[in-house]
Design a protein around this ligand. Sequence first.
Ligand code: NCD
Ligand code: ZN
Length: 338
Amino acid sequence: MREILLHEPLDMHLHLRDGAMLRTFAPLSAHSFSGALIMPNLVPPVTDGEMVRAYRRRILDAVGDAVFEPYMTLFFKPEYNREFLEPLTEEITAIKLYPAGITTNSEGGVEGFEIDALAPALEAMSTLGIPLCIHGETGGFVMDREAEFVPIYEALADAFPDLTIVMEHITTAQSVAALDRHPNLYATITLHHLLITLDDVAGGMLRPHLFCKPIAKRPEDREALLEAALNAHPKVMFGSDSAPHPRHAKEAPGCAAGVFTAPIALPVLAELFSRHEKLENLQHFVSNNARQIYDLNPPKKTVRLTETPMRVPERYGDVVPLFAGEEIGWSIDSVEIE
Ligand code: NCD
Ligand code: ZN
């Protein structure tokens, strides 16, 4: 039976929501991850220090005794400046930029995309060493939105060479290629985009629980993502983009975007890396690269995963996870905290 020990696993793109959902979902991530980068797209979004502190407190309350570091983010506003951001550098790990209306709860995001209009805020982030995470999609045709955004990523990377820019949840071969052209461009990759293509979402019966932004793309895109993740590309980090929505919001005429994967992410990644004979690279993908890129020192946690099948629950609360009710090949055997 194969097994692997993962040290300080990190989820560098996570939606924990708020209220009752937060109390259900925070413990599920805190069980197996040492920490996670917490997305700020609440209603209203997290846009100042007080909101960051209050949300962090609610997350820690929901987590209870588990050892888990919520790495907090602010929701990008062009108005941010050095005076506003400087006192927050210890409390935030990154700032997340959403084009307005591009995904769930992003209505207050950036309208248009004038680099000049964003320059003062980005300049301040660059000098303060605050990384910029971007949901990189244009308002174009849904399959082309991310590829159309790549020139914007590249223009930003050139204009702000000292700014760490993370292309969030990349889904295309074009984004993977851009990584190697700019020293300050990095990326997160989700679990589901390593597994599915648009065919799985809409090629047969429509599967709402696989619908997310950015939408899963073509087989060759998935191949490019797999190649980067499995070979531990040093600029690529695991970010689940686990985004729970209640059943009534998914199984509906207007289906909310988001795939819920957090509790099964590590076993399924172990199964995937094992199947490709790349288990030794998983530590880099789920922790070391992120520690390096973000300069993190996460709390100690060792997760032992074994090739022991488990059946994925049909639901967590009112949310249907990826592989609901199906058997997966690996499971978490133990979690040790120092
Ligand atoms: C996310 C959500 O539900 O908050 N949805 C998604 O499809 N990924 C938002 C996001 O990251 O785009
Ligand atoms: Zn997300």
